[in-house]
Design a protein around this ligand. Structure first.
Ligand SMILES: *[C@@H]1O[C@H](CO)[C@@H](O)[C@H](O)[C@H]1NC(C)=O
Ligand SMILES: *[C@@H]1O[C@H](CO)[C@@H](O)[C@H](O)[C@H]1NC(C)=O
Ligand SMILES: *[C@@H]1O[C@H](CO)[C@@H](O)[C@H](O)[C@H]1NC(C)=O
Ligand SMILES: *[C@@H]1O[C@H](CO)[C@@H](O)[C@H](O)[C@H]1NC(C)=O
Length: 307
């Protein structure tokens, strides 16, 4: 005769251990997710970007290869590309390029070249920790220390500190631009944001819908949604948004534009400029009209005006 209660007991044990197994696997997955999210958010190893870093002499740009030391002992690689401040067409403006999360600063040099040679601005670009030839590993608190060290360097540099500094960042670079522009408003004359996000936990579910319930596990936050409120309302800002952005929902840029402070609410366009492009996350920069608005903004809206 079947022992019904023994079967029920057996079934319970099987189901029970199944639940335990599922729980263990889930817990391990979540732990892995927690550990590996930095690799997801900062894929600095991709495309051999830690090995070879191109230098501005590839484009015949005169430059200084400057090592910047952070407060916690990391050493950052940076390229400073200056124009002659005595020349009659000197613009007295410097673009501080904040890199996106993949690749290295060498891969951004075609853009630096255009800004330096066609638009005639000084350019400063640096590698975050754990990127390119900078030491260390990337994480939010560390990247903020990097930005602090860079702003110290700019403040102590004779020609840079005299020039109008414009922060320019795409994606993760936009979050760093917002951090710098909100914290160092006195040193910044303009900001250009491209396809950046409100914060990381709000982007993750868009890229990985299954992770939506676990966004609380994010250790990387980049709270631009709050930081952008701290930006001095006098600082001109340009918002460049790809309407088909497949990584950061277009709405994040729209919301940042709504949140950012402006002196004259009824004339938002006077200091905050918005431009949509029929483009995705990475190719907005080559969309028709992108460099025209970029050049107009830096020339006409950023003090000194019109150079
Ligand atoms: C650059 O601008 C600063 C501040 O506006 C000014 O003090 C400095 O003389 C200018 N430098 C040049 C070379 O025009
Ligand atoms: C610019 O001119 C000043 C004054 O004539 C001179 O002292 C300085 O060395 C010049 N700077 C450069 C980069 O040529
Ligand atoms: C604010 O902008 C509106 C619209 O352009 C303009 O009429 C008004 O004079 C501005 N107010 C101030 C205080 O500049
Ligand atoms: C687009 O940019 C994202 C984030 O910056 C990067 O992860 C991805 O590899 C890029 N895609 C292409 C096709 O370049």
């Amino acid at each position: 005769m079947l022992n019904v209660s023994a079967i029920i007991h057996l079934a319970r044990t099987v189901v029970g251990s199944g639940i335990i197994l599922v729980s263990i696997v889930s817990a391990l997955s979540l732990a892995a997710l927690y550990v590996f999210q930095r690799k997801l958010v900062y894929p600095s190893m991709l495309k051999k970007a830690r090995e070879k870093v191109d230098t501005p002499d590839m484009f015949d740009i005169p430059f200084e290869n400057i090592k910047i030391k952070t407060k916690d002992g990391e050493v950052l690689q940076s390229f400073l590309m200056l124009h002659d401040s005595n020349s009659s067409d000197y613009t007295n403006k410097t673009i501080l390029i904040l890199s996106p999360n993949a690749g290295n600063i060498g891969m951004f040099l075609p853009v630096a070249n255009y800004i330096y040679n066609n638009l005639n601005y000084n350019v400063f670009i640096y590698s975050y920790r754990g990127y390119g030839h900078s030491t260390g590993h990337p994480h939010e608190a560390g990247l903020k220390l990097d930005a602090d060290a860079v702003m110290d360097f700019i403040a102590s540099h004779k020609q840079l500190s005299q020039s109008s500094i414009i922060t320019y960042g795409r994606s993760l670079g936009g979050a760093v631009a917002i951090y710098i522009t909100s914290k160092y408003g006195d040193q910044i004359s303009g900001m250009i944001l491209e396809n950046t996000f409100l914060n990381i936990p709000k982007v993750i579910p868009h890229i990985f819908p299954l992770l939506k319930p676990f966004s609380w596990l994010c250790s990387e936050f980049w709270n631009s949604e709050e930081d952008i409120k701290l930006i001095n309302s006098d600082i001109p800002c340009l918002f460049l948004a790809g309407t088909n952005d497949e990584i950061v929902p277009h709405d994040h840029m729209k919301q940042l534009f709504e949140i950012v402070g402006t002196k004259n609410k009824s004339d938002k366009q006077s200091t905050k400029i918005w431009r949509d492009f029929n483009a995705n996350h990475n190719n907005t920069i080559v969309a028709p009209g992108y460099w025209e608005i970029w050049a107009d903004f830096t020339k006409e809206m950023v003090i000194p005006i019109g150079k």
